[in-house]
Design a binder for this molecule. Structure first.
Ligand code: NOJ
Length: 556
């Protein structure tokens, strides 16, 4: 594997709307990110991914872009964006933006022109088809629920939107449109951006055999994934995008890619892959409150362990995966992985550590470093996101009561991760002087950055220690490139792995049980690199790990 500049990435994802407001309008802004660059440097990160801040009507919180070249005034100006890139650079931090090119906003000039004149060249920038009699062209369900087609005025034509109807899909078959997109990407990279996180990129290619699929829900629609996810021919677009933009800029690119077949991984993230790395969610989709796992949390841990190790295995020899647990599309990992009664510094630091020392690059999501939690709502009306409402209505359609549907949404909805960042224990958690766009979690008096910064034993301080360890000069390469060898797989609730690199051996061992566990090890233990307890009990060739103890140690 060729060595690349970004291999030592410790990334930090910012949801700008909820990070820091500096002008009192209740919405986070670019100045807010600049204000906290020193804190982020102090944490130890070296890459920031900003969720979309381009001009947008915000139907999908910025994932509906109406002008790719302009920063939305709610976040600031293009000049402030340039300042952010420069200021971050001074602190050794690269900025990634979100690249959303599967779709635009319906307010984008191209779409407006396409609607005004269906014979204009702009109509071919989108996917517009004749209806099937009085019905849409086919029965595909949008990813956010409802038909994926929207009728255009009083014509019998429809446009495709895989997400909300405010997000019409672009027609990547159109070579002129592709060139326009590449120029836009290059303009941003030329400005000094480190790269992009690339949104919904597996959907660029659609299979144009618009046949109806057997309905798979009471709405009579079908989730026709095979026709619009990783469809045959996607590779041509991805390759061209890379060759004409990312590659000449040596950019760091992280594709949001679901469901890559292991045998194709090399094409995606190999030395000459379409992307540097990918966010793959297969290990994040657990919830201890789900019926399936509620009474058998240890089996969930076993399954999680299998998925993590399988991923380590199939990435080996191809490239580096992205190690993450949280993002703006998931509820908080603490809630997903740790049963309520067991949430504590020990279990939280253990959860962080499981992920942190695997082979690959690391990405955190704002608030994860202080253990921010989900904010359960008492009514569906307290939510704001279209996807939440669509899911809720879908559950009602499936026959759930309102209470059951609310409970489900409260457990799984992505809005939990979008509550404002909790900086301190003062008004609005220090996020804004105004009225926050989304309610601050009232637990901010207890869980906040300022309090944890002062406490050497806080979760925040533990994250700093983990980052410092990953960057320790003599160990950094071992953590990035070393092989991952699972250990103690026969032990319930243990996630342990050895990292081996050029004669070095490091063991990461995590006791996910609430009770003490004894494991044969003692003689091999070398320098203890990190421990979330004060002591490690070693004796008679064994270690005794306390409940939720996690230890990183050199082996001799
Ligand atoms: C994935 C993004 O992460 C999500 O927030 C968004 O709603 C969809 N793509 C559509 O752009």
């Amino acid at each position: 594997m060729l060595k690349k500049w970004w291999h030592n990435t410790i990334g930090y994802q910012i949801y700008p709307k909820s990070f820091q407001d500096t002008n009192g309008d209740g919405i986070g802004d670019i100045r807010g990110v600049i204000r906290h660059l020193d804190d982020l440097q102090d944490l130890g990160i070296n890459v920031i991914w900003l969720c979309p801040i381009y001009k947008s009507p915000m139907v999908d919180h910025g994932y509906d872009i109406s002008d790719y070249d302009r920063i939305d005034p709610m976040f600031g100006t293009n000049e402030e964006m340039e300042e952010l890139i420069l200021e971050a650079d001074k602190r050794g931090i690269k900025i990634l933006m979100d690249l959303v090119v599967n779709h635009t906003s319906d307010q984008h000039e191209w779409f407006q022109k396409a609607m005004a004149d269906p014979d204009s060249e702009y109509a071919d920038y989108y996917i517009i088809k004749e209806g099937d009699g009085n019905n849409p062209p086919n029965n595909w369900r949008s990813i956010f629920g409802g038909s994926a087609w929207e009728k255009i005025g009083d014509t019998n034509k429809y446009y495709l939107h895989l997400f909300t109807k405010g997000q019409p899909d672009l027609n990547w078959e159109n070579p002129k449109l592709r060139e326009i997109i590449y120029d836009m990407v290059n303009r941003w990279l030329d400005m000094g951006l480190g790269g992009f996180r690339i949104d919904a990129i597996s959907h660029l290619k659609k299979n144009f055999a618009y046949v109806n699929q057997p309905a798979d829900g009471p709405d009579g629609l079908a989730s026709a994934w095979d026709y619009f996810r990783n469809a045959k021919g996607l590779n041509v677009f991805l390759n061209e995008l890379n060759e004409k933009t990312f590659k000449p800029h040596n950019a760091l690119t992280i594709g949001e890619v679901d469901d890559v077949r292991p045998e194709e991984l090399g094409e995606f993230i190999g030395d000459d892959g379409y992307f540097s790395t990918i966010f793959d969610f297969c290990h994040t989709q657990f919830h201890v409150k789900d019926k399936e796992w509620k009474d058998r949390p240890l089996e969930m841990i076993r399954e999680l362990r299998e998925r993590l190790f399988a991923k380590q295995d199939y990435a080996k020899g191809h490239g580096l995966m992205c190690n993450f647990t949280d993002n703006h599309d998931t509820s908080r990992s603490v809630e997903r992985f740790i049963p309520e009664a067991y949430i504590s510094f020990y279990s939280e630091s253990l959860l962080a550590s499981v992920n942190f020392f695997l082979r690959g690059i690391v990405f955190l999501y704002q608030g994860q470093e202080i253990g921010m939690r989900d904010y359960q709502k008492k009514s569906i009306n307290e939510f704001l996101d279209l996807a939440t409402f669509n899911n809720y209505n879908g559950y009602l359609l499936k026959g759930m009561t309102e209470e059951e549907a609310l409970e489900k949404v409260n457990n799984e909805c992505r809005e939990h991760s979008r509550t404002p960042m909790q900086w301190n224990d003062r008004k609005n958690a220090g996020f804004t002087e105004g009225t926050p766009w989304f309610e601050v979690n009232p637990n901010y008096r207890r869980i906040n950055y300022e309090t944890q910064k002062k406490d050497e034993n806080s979760l925040l301080s533990y994250y700093k220690k983990m980052i410092a360890l990953r960057k320790r000069e003599d160990l950094e390469e071992a953590f990035i490139y070393g092989d991952t060898i699972p250990r103690y797989e026969d032990q319930d609730g243990i996630i342990a792995y050895e990292r081996r690199y050029e004669g070095k051996r490091i063991l990461a061992i995590h006791n996910c049980n609430a009770r003490e566990i004894r494991l044969p090890l003692g003689d091999e233990i070398g320098e203890i690199l990190l421990n979330n307890y004060e002591k490690l009990n070693v004796g008679d060739g064994n270690v005794v790990l306390s409940g939720f103890q996690s230890v990183i140690t050199k082996l001799i």
